[in-house]
Design a protein. Structure first.
Length: 184
């Protein structure tokens, strides 16, 4: 018995049936950028790659950190997104959050025991980036969290430390706090 109309109707309908089963990575990244927590959850449930990257190497967690979307970051971390995944510049979600001054995001990552000694390709740690970009509240949070004096004194590839940046940027309170906690 022949199917009326042959294969053409089936071939026309098949892409519509299968389309929801394939989630382009760009869709998850867009949802993370927009802070659309419900869409992020939906796309992850549909099989989107939680560690998939854009052309700059940004994962959905890095994108959420950049935009300050803490709820999206929480969802991604609950689904086991890597805090140590880095983009093409070597920036992790924590480094991006510190650069942008997203304190709630930094607090979330600290609660998740992010490695605060991690540095990007330029050698910048979260503390160096926070001070360099004058994100004082994040810098204070990091200084008060970091217990390893080597991390407080870390220098980037240009030989610049958080204390150097605090002095250069006129952040006297940050410089004092750094020194009080052992930076030299």
């Amino acid at each position: 018995m022949a199917v009326r109309g042959g294969w053409l109707p089936l071939l026309t309908v098949l892409p519509l049936v299968l389309a929801p089963l394939v989630v382009p990575q760009a869709t998850l990244l867009e949802a993370a950028q927009q802070g659309a927590a419900d869409k992020v959850t939906e796309f992850l449930e549909m099989g989107a790659d939680i560690e998939g990257k854009d052309q700059n190497g940004n994962t959905p967690l890095i994108v959420a950190a950049r935009e300050g979307h803490t709820r999206v970051a929480e969802i991604l971390l609950e689904k086991r997104a890597s805090l140590e995944a880095a983009n093409n510049a070597g920036d992790t979600a924590m480094l991006v959050a510190a650069t942008r001054g997203h304190q709630r995001m930094a607090e979330l990552f600290i609660r998740r025991e992010v490695n605060l000694a991690t540095a990007n390709k330029a050698g910048d740690t979260a503390l160096i980036l926070a001070v360099q970009h004058r994100k004082e509240e994040v810098a204070k949070l990091l200084i008060n969290t970091i217990r390893n004096v080597d991390v407080l004194n870390a220098k980037n590839k240009e030989g610049r430390s958080a204390l150097w940046w605090a002095t250069r940027n006129g952040l006297a309170e940050i410089a004092t706090l750094l020194k009080t906690n052992g930076a030299s």
